[in-house]
Write a protein that binds this ligand. Structure first.
Ligand code: SAH
Ligand code: SF4
Ligand code: F3S
Length: 478
């Protein structure tokens, strides 16, 4: 039932995108792999690390599942629905396996971590199960599986950040790329499975992040999104050199270093936890025009009582004060949230609080979900999932309607304004039009001009001339 009401245009948990050869050309490899990714941006970024590891083993990426020697599905466990989708896909892969006995099927990511070797018992035709911290062992596991053994590695690590592995960009527009800056999560939100599937939080060496961003820029990329479950708690302590005290690098410092690569490189980041986003980060955003003025600040609930049960460690008032601070320091900054409807014991009054905080914050958009109980989480152990489905559905509907109104109002406020837009490519519907986003993360579609200088990866000034709740149309101004 869950995905029915979600505004797909803004659903960050993209589902099942297949990656094919963009930088990798299957013809230069002797064998090929096909990979499909589900879940959050971290999983998509991880698939690019996996592609890099597999390339070195002589496997090239293919879009054609029929010709693959290896099929991988990088999975998500965040809600039950996400797991069901993967299981359905696996039954389809199994048909291929019946036709080609040598084909190997591997399950990667969070569901692999959650279910471990149980996966092999439940899904008999799966050969390889690998958790998010064990991708370096993929070549050995593939060999084991090819020899007829079942191959599993779901060890979580306290150190692994894949810092030295240059991701192979899959299905990329050549303009925007994800750069993973940290892994795992030390927060224990009671509803969330991520701390169990991704392990302890660790930050990646800042120099390796910078090197990756610099080479992306040199290759023509113009936007990097720094990724982590909780980017604001990024904290890297370098090794001491010449006996000097090492100087720890905070998220604000990292942002600044990346922003200094070039004014032409845009920087985005995701996700911020309201308790951790500091003034220092906001001031850094203020100082650099190329740090995009957009913050994804998951709310989850607007009721302090529910927030406490969720173990989010902030109150409704704290959240609203954070929104005030953002709006004071960064006027016009784009703001979005994640919201869960129908968490354990949620009353009508709690739900109304959520709607009120939405109104107060004026989110440009939100990712909205039904609460879905996840085995092993604190909420599953301690609280009863006692809000009936029909009520969850109705409350989510109200949240979606509220968001639709807020999105429309936000878009209408932008009518007639001119924004700097980074051209990302042709619009989906019409190749005589470009699409690109403004700093505040709104996608704008506008007609191409005859100016040969205007191409993918360049910046143009676009005036918004028409909008609906989900789309924006504009025209280039000179
Ligand atoms: N690290 C990010 C969230 C990652 S999960 C953060 O803390 O903001 C993305 C979103 O999925 C969460 O923000 C939450 O809104 C939603 N989510 C997580 N667990 C869920 C569950 N059990 N049921 C429904 N939605 C859930
Ligand atoms: Fe999950 Fe909370 Fe960590 Fe986000 S911060 S990944 S919601 S435990
Ligand atoms: Fe899903 Fe794992 Fe991301 S559970 S949301 S893929 S961290």
């Amino acid at each position: 039932m869950e995905s029915l009401l979600i505004d797909k245009t803004h659903d960050e948990t993209r589902q099942g995108e297949a990656f094919g050869p963009s930088l990798t050309d299957a013809r230069t490899y002797t064998k090929s792999f096909y990979i499909e990714s589900y879940g959050c941006q971290m999983n998509f970024a991880d698939s690019e690390v996996v592609a890099s590891i597999l390339n070195k083993e002589g496997f090239g990426a293919t879009r054609n599942i029929e010709e693959a020697d290896l099929i991988f599905v990088n999975t998500c466990s965040i809600r039950e629905k996400a797991e069901q989708t993967v299981r359905k896909r696996l039954t389809e892969f199994k048909k291929l396996k019946k036709r080609n006995r040598k084909l190997l099927i591997g399950v990667l990511g969070c569901m692999a971590e959650r279910l471990k070797s149980k996966f092999l018992e439940e899904e008999k035709l799966v050969d390889i199960v690998v958790g998010p911290d064990a991708y370096r062992s993929l070549p050995a596991l593939v060999n084991e599986a090819a020899g007829g053994q079942k191959a599993v590695n779901v060890l979580l690590s306290r150190e692994e950040t894949y810092a030295d592995i240059a991701p192979v960009r899959l299905d990329s527009n050549g303009i925007s790329a994800y750069v993973s800056i940290m892994r795992g999560c030390n927060n224990m939100c009671s509803f969330c499975v991520v701390p169990f599937t991704r392990g302890r939080e660790r930050s990646r060496d800042d120099q390796s992040i910078l090197d990756e961003c610099i080479s992306l820029f040199e290759e023509g990329y113009r936007e990097v999104t720094l990724l982590g479950q909780n980017v604001d708690s990024y904290y890297f302590v370098p090794n001491s050199t010449n006996g000097q005290e090492p100087k720890p690098v905070t998220f604000a410092m990292l942002l600044e270093k990346v922003a200094q690569i070039s004014p032409l490189l845009r920087i985005r980041f995701s996700t911020s936890h309201p308790k951790d986003i500091t003034d220092e980060v906001l001031y850094t955003m203020q100082r650099y025009e190329n740090i995009c003025k957009y913050i994804h600040l998951p709310l989850q609930s607007g009721s302090t009582r529910i927030l406490q049960l969720m173990n989010r460690t902030y109150t409704k008032e704290w959240y609203m004060a954070k929104v005030d601070r953002i709006k004071t320091l960064l006027p016009g900054c784009g703001l979005s949230a994640d919201i869960i409807a129908g968490f354990c014991t949620e009353t009508e009054e709690d739900h109304q609080d959520t709607l009120k905080v939405m109104d107060y914050s004026g989110f440009d958009y939100s990712y909205m979900f039904f609460y879905s109980e996840r085995p092993g989480t604190l909420a599953a152990r301690r609280y009863q999932d006692d809000v009936p489905d029909a009520i969850k559905r109705r409350r989510l509907q109200e949240i979606v309607e509220k968001q639709n109104q807020l999105s429309l109002a936000s878009n209408q406020r932008d009518l007639g304004k001119t924004f700097t837009v980074l051209i990302e490519g042709d619009s989906k519907k019409n190749e005589r039009e470009w699409k690109g986003r403004n700093s505040e993360n709104k996608m704008i579609v506008f007609p191409k001009s005859n100016d040969p200088q205007q191409k993918k990866g360049t910046y143009v000034q676009v005036k918004v001339i028409e909008c609906s709740q989900a789309t924006f149309r504009g025209e280039i101004v000179h």
